[in-house]
Design a protein. Structure first.
Length: 346
């Protein structure tokens, strides 16, 4: 039986999607010489976190919650991995091939330059963005580092679920141990690793989402107020310790506030918008960065007014919406045809 959709999952995911799109749009102004953050859309910072880190934290939390909601009663490992494989790779490969061909046509060269051909395997597996972010040469084009960590999360989720069912306290202990080891290792090793991309450091967010659903936690105004106090305090105090640690507790506090807000704004119109954004979130994630980069390079950002930056953002948003829809529909068509062919041969 198909489970009822939980509005707060769609709402938080929609906020996360929008924040990630805003992040990569605003980044073009932040990396100008000189930087022009005053032209950024809405904000570049939430609770003393870069808005991209904030949005990704919400994604991890909501991913843990969504998986727990679906599989808390029963999780057949083989069916789980099959479903996760089909939910990630076909659409990723379609988008990658399309962008690869576009890049070849636009630049008259294969992306990657002198990169060894065998490293294309990392693109096939969806880990090219994760490795590229940590300084390893790949044929990275789409997906961001986030995709690689999500794949790793899917790999270990059945194990996390099994431990949670057996002993929630044990899972909390393992999570905190891995988290502390991850923070310590990233601060000590000489090779430059981006802490935000390390699965161990993202475990508290994933596990929090799982616990939230398993325990049927309700977010009343007191809990939401506490979460808001954490966010505001971190925003004004601007602590100097690890941004990864700040991301963990500010992300969790933000998710609680957003769950509470979801209960306040729930109506047919908002529910529909959030469900659409949630439905196309993966497609948006795959195409948005390429579209933003290619469109914004055609504009004189230095002399652009703030009003024009908002107009450009809305224009790019429409283009992202169109290509996300196109990718989603083409992926659906390919999968339907593949299933028909598979049925005929079996």
């Amino acid at each position: 039986m198909k489970k009822e959709r939980l509005f707060y999952l769609d709402f938080v995911r929609a906020i996360a999607v929008i924040s990630i799109v805003i992040t990569h749009f605003n980044a073009r102004f932040l990396y100008l010489n000189p930087p022009m953050p005053e032209k950024a859309v809405l904000t570049t910072n939430v609770g003393n976190l870069y808005i991209g880190d904030w949005g990704v934290s919400l994604f991890f939390i909501i991913s843990g919650a969504a998986l727990m909601y679906i599989y808390q009663e029963k999780c057949d490992w083989k069916l789980f991995y099959k479903k996760r494989f089909l939910s990630i790779y076909p659409m990723f490969w379609i988008a990658y091939i399309a962008v690869f061909l576009y890049s070849f046509w636009e630049n008259h060269a294969v992306i990657g330059g002198e990169t060894e051909n065998w490293r294309m395997i990392f693109s096939v597996l969806g880990f090219d963005g994760l490795l590229a972010t940590n300084g390893y040469a790949t044929f990275y084009l789409i997906g961001e580092w986030f995709l690689g960590v999500i794949i790793l999360m899917y790999i270990i989720f059945p194990l996390l679920l099994k431990i949670l069912r057996h002993s929630p306290i044990l899972l909390l202990g393992i999570t905190m141990l891995c988290y502390l080891l991850g923070i310590f290792a990233c601060s000590r090793i000489s090779y430059p690793v981006v802490p935000a991309t390390v699965l161990f450091i993202r475990l508290p967010e994933i596990v929090f989402g799982m616990f939230f659903v398993k325990q049927h936690w309700n977010v009343d105004w007191k809990v939401a107020l506490g979460g808001m106090i954490v966010i505001i305090a971190n925003w004004f105090l601007k602590p100097s310790f690890s941004s990864s640690v700040q991301t963990t507790y500010v992300g969790i506090a933000s998710s609680l506030v957003l769950v509470f807000i979801a209960n306040l704004v729930k109506c047919s119109c908002v529910t529909y918008i959030c469900s659409v954004l949630s439905k196309y979130s993966y497609a948006i994630f795959l195409v948005h960065h390429v579209i933003i980069a290619n469109m914004m390079q055609k504009f004189d950002l230095i002399h652009m007014s703030k009003m024009h930056s908002y107009i450009l953002f809305l224009t790019i948003g429409c283009v992202i919406a169109f290509f996300s829809w196109l990718l989603y529909q083409f992926h659906d068509f390919v999968m339907r045809e593949w299933k028909k062919m598979w049925a005929k041969t079996n």
